[in-house]
Write a protein that binds this ligand. Structure first.
Ligand code: MFK
Length: 556
């Protein structure tokens, strides 16, 4: 009898040891003493990501949250029971210091690199627990900037490593009226003594089981003052666990991120605390969403890495046409193209992480601050698009199995698809890039910095790639000059191509620096291959009189 054949499933090993880029990047950017200190816990987390966390991730996905509007006796309770696994993911996040490390600042500005390296390991095995962590970190940053007697103890909960004390925060910015246009918020805040009560509807509220939420509302005009959009802190529940002036209308039925409770809420007199002075709501909450956008970029890179790890493992196990997929040149080429995409995204995202750390430790120069303002939306929008493209390609690399739900693989794509949507869509952020160009010297700073960095790349092997990056930056500069002359309409319709051009060219620069360092350090040739591959493409496709140059996202 012919033995029956069953294909082995793809598997994961320690996600720190298995990652050819993370450890190399850390060696490039961190002092050896710091690496010696943090590496054992990174390795431990890499092991958890392939074992215990992975099991929790699957269990949380299998048991999504439910909305229970009433108790058995008809009382309105609006409970949202979550799975044991989801709560364990919270506990482990606290234990691992996933938010805390960014605020303990044990290694000064470099602490953000340490923290985001851990997030990168944790996120793809977390059933999107990375989302509440992102919003908690953003809220922590906001409260750090606007401390008072109410916000200080809340901040302490956010940065606690004790699972019993650790709290998370939601970020309620989206309304039926507002959506991306946050200033069109309809929620109003009515003063009540030193406090406020909120009335309105929030259309998307992620991680609604969090203890805290940061939200926006218009403070009603007082004594001739104008209505002002302001930031509020809401503590969702009283000591008995009952919601305070909040009704859950329903949980959202989403394409992905299914373990994450996302609700539609009515605020019916919810008590709220004003964060900072009234007014300048969008400007203030930008401190929060600039952190969550960095999380988005790192989670995108982490998702790509996970998709590639599974696809690579499968390519070794799956034999077709007489040999493993990995030995078929075209399959190997597709995997290499995906890997180049991920390496470029990694460099861009972690560059922004570095700048964020410097900003928060007051070490960033004026030029670095302007660069950070410009590069956050660019890194967020570009890595999110790459994550979807890489996930889609990864699914295809499994053939039909990639389309079958109980392999767990379709989730890679479903969960990636939210990344270009939440925290600002690609177009909204492309327009934000234009705004940053108009308001700051970000582009001049990027160009000056790039010239210096390119001059520092010593290896002759990388010479022609350096030339291509230099040329791409020159085209970006020429385009910006032209856009300034032609006016807003010209720039707006081309804003996406322009943001992509900066993202690709910046990633090229960072890949080259890493490749140059790798060669000098005697590391493998992988970084050189990735840098030359990436820079061989047209990095800045902008030279066009007819309209925006189409910028398709595809692998290869
Ligand atoms: C793993 C990752 C997980 C991530 C967590 C996911 C949870 C999901 C939660 C969500 O998705 S929440 C909803 C996300 N929604 C958004 O991100 C909103 C998208 N829309 C924008 O970003 C718009 O560009 C924006 C609302 C900011 C436009 O509003 P306005 O009122 O037209 O802004 P305007 O007038 O340009 O700027 C107002 C002020 O804010 C200005 O300051 P000044 O008053 O001093 O001039 C701006 O400079 C400042 N500002 C705006 N954007 C900024 C900023 N400052 C710094 N950084 C920015 N990005």
């Amino acid at each position: 009898m012919v033995p029956e054949f069953f294909q082995d499933a793809p598997g994961l090993t320690n996600q720190y040891d298995d990652d050819p880029l993370l450890a190399s990047y850390l060696r490039q950017r961190l002092p050896p003493k710091m690496i010696a200190e943090i590496e054992p816990s990174l390795r431990r987390l890499g092991g958890r990501a392939a074992g215990e966390l992975l099991a929790l991730d699957a269990a949380a996905e299998a048991q999504p949250p439910r909305h229970v509007p009433y108790d058995a006796w008809g009382r309105r309770i609006d409970a949202i029971p979550t799975s044991h696994a989801w709560r364990e993911l919270d506990r482990i996040a606290a234990e691992e210091g996933l938010v805390a490390i960014g605020y303990e600042r044990k290694h000064g500005a470099l602490s953000r690199i340490d923290q985001f390296a851990r997030l990168y390991l944790y996120a793809p095995s977390s059933a999107t627990y990375s989302c509440p962590l992102a919003m908690t970190d953003g809220a922590a940053r906001l409260l750090e900037l606007y401390p008072d007697e109410v916000t200080r103890p809340v901040f302490e909960h956010f940065v606690s490593r004790d699972p019993e004390r650790f709290w998370t925060s939601g970020q309620w910015m989206t309304e039926r009226t507002g959506g991306s246009d946050v200033s069109a918020t309809s929620t109003v805040a009515v003063a009540e003594g030193a406090s406020y009560r909120l009335h309105g509807t929030k259309w998307f509220t992620s991680a609604t089981t969090s203890q805290i939420a940061i939200t926006l509302a218009y403070v009603q005009p007082e004594r001739g003052r104008e209505r002002s959009l302001s930031v509020f802190l809401v503590q969702l529940r009283d000591v008995d666990g009952a919601l305070r002036g909040i009704r859950v209308n329903r949980l959202k039925d989403k394409l992905g991120t299914r373990a994450l409770p996302t609700a539609e809420l009515t605020l019916d007199g919810a008590p709220a605390h004003l964060v900072g002075e009234a007014g300048q709501g969008v400007r203030k909450i930008a401190a929060l969403f600039n952190v969550t956008r960095v999380y988005n970029a790192v989670a995108a890179v982490a998702g790509m890495r996970r998709a590639i790890a599974l696809a690579r493992d499968y390519a070794r196990r799956r034999v077709a046409f007489g040999k493993p997929l990995a030995d078929h040149p075209l399959h190997a080429e597709t995997l290499a193209a995906m890997e180049t995409e991920w390496r470029a995204a990694f460099m861009l995202a972690f560059h922004v992480v570095e700048l964020l750390g410097r900003q928060e430790c007051n070490e960033a120069s004026t030029n670095e601050l302007a660069r950070l303002r410009l590069l956050i939306p660019i890194a967020k929008l570009y890595t999110a698009k790459q994550a979807v493209a890489v996930a889609s390609e990864a699914l295809e690399s499994f053939g039909g199995a990639g389309y079958i739900e109980d392999t767990g693989l379709p989730r890679l794509l479903r969960d990636a698809q939210v990344l270009p949507i939440w925290e600002g869509t690609t177009n909204v952020l492309s327009l934000d890039v234009l705004r940053a160009l108009e308001k700051t010297s970000g582009l001049t700073s990027v160009l000056d910095d790039a010239r210096q960095r390119l001059a520092g790349v010593r290896s002759e092997t990388l010479g022609s790639a350096v030339g291509r990056v230099r040329d791409a930056f020159q085209r970006i500069e020429a385009f910006a000059d032209r856009a300034a002359q032609e006016g807003r309409a010209f720039a707006e319709v081309r804003a996406r191509s322009f943001a992509y051009a900066i993202a690709r060219t910046m990633a090229g620069l960072l890949l080259l620096e890493h490749a140059d360092w790798s060669m000098a350090a005697g590391e493998s040739t992988a970084a050189v291959t990735a840098a030359t591959r990436w820079c061989a493409r047209d990095l800045a496709r902008l030279e066009d009189d007819e309209g925006p140059v189409p910028s398709p996202m595809f692998i290869g």
